[in-house]
Write a protein that binds this ligand. Structure first.
Ligand code: SF4
Length: 303
């Protein structure tokens, strides 16, 4: 979110929002598509589901639930276990992380209309993985094997491998030394973590290439936070406690040496967060605007 009113002055407090904060393009688009499906469903009576939680933010998921958008257990479906609700004529929104091809086909076979809200950047990674595999390369995904994005890309290939740490990369690169390898990074990992894996493969694998798939959204929020740190006395980092990019923002705020708190909602504001002249606010890439607005309003009532 590009904040319109970045700096607000009150009697004894100045609230400054980060230059870039909140929902990234992919999450915002998925959220809008789910809301559009909910509006449509209110007219047509169709049931609406998202394939796994749409956003790593419990309040945003609860907000969608209140509009009649329910969550399917994507992990259970991918693993072929668990009971599915009747999906005939239902709408299933695929989240920004994407889903495997098998999952997409299964939803359609069960009679659901699929609204694909996969982020265009993730679609690019899925296509790259498929293309490299068709050309005989060994695809190596660099990221968290438990993350929905990696699970989804895996489901667009037949034999891609996943590497999470430099230690496993070292072992894998030795095994693959004579096989052409194409590295594709999860869009949200840190560039330095990807670079470490690239370096290991470059030193050990005869033919390799590394695609630039890391999304700038996370880095932009990190850079804006560093700028913000220089302007404020304390920081509030807003976002889901289960959101990796929000946790990383909080870690960077702590590194800046200013008092910092990671909160999900205005209900977590405490008196110790208030006695500062200038308070900075930033938010992770899955935090809806309304939560940031609520926190700013609640701060005012506390001064
Ligand atoms: S972080 Fe980047 S890749 Fe991931 S959903 Fe947002 S815009 Fe897409």
């Amino acid at each position: 979110m590009e904040a319109v009113l970045r700096i607000c002055y009150y009697d004894t407090m100045q609230i400054i929002r980060a230059r870039v904060l909140g929902m990234c393009m992919g999450v915002r688009r998925a959220d809008e598509l789910a809301r559009e499906a909910a509006r449509d469903a209110a007219r047509t009576g169709r049931r609406v589901y998202t394939y796994g939680p749409l956003i790593h933010n419990p309040q945003a998921v609860a907000d969608l639930e209140a509009l009649g958008v329910h969550v399917l257990d994507a992990k259970a479906i991918e693993a072929g276990r668990g009971e599915l609700p009747d999906l005939k004529n239902a709408v299933v929104v695929i989240r920004a992380h994407g889903a495997s091809r098998a999952a997409l086909s299964r939803m359609e076979e069960l009679g659901a209309r699929v609204v694909d809200a996969t982020c265009p950047r993730v679609i690019r990674s899925q296509r790259l993985a498929r293309r490299y595999e068709q050309q005989g390369w060994q695809v190596v995904l660099v990221g968290d094997p438990r993350h929905g994005e990696i699970e989804g890309i895996l489901g667009h290939t037949s034999n891609a491998l996943v590497v999470e740490t430099p230690e496993t990369a070292l072992h894998m690169a030795k095994e693959l030394k004579d096989i052409p390898c194409a590295l594709i990074a999860q869009t949200t990992i840190r560039q330095e973590d990807y670079d470490a894996v690239i370096e290991i493969f470059q030193a050990r694998v005869k033919t390799m290439t590394a695609e630039k798939t890391i999304c700038p959204a996370t880095q932009e929020r990190q850079k804006a936070l560093v700028d913000l740190c220089a302007q404020v006395d304390a920081l509030l980092i807003v976002g889901g406690k289960n959101s990796e990019n929000t946790k990383r923002l909080y870690a960077s705020a702590v590194d800046c040496g200013k008092p910092a708190w990671h909160i999900e909602t205005a209900g977590e504001l405490r008196a110790e967060m208030i006695p500062f002249e200038r308070i900075g606010i930033t938010a992770g890439a899955s935090t809806p605007d309304f939560i940031v607005d609520e926190i700013q309003k609640a701060l005012l009532t506390m001064v």
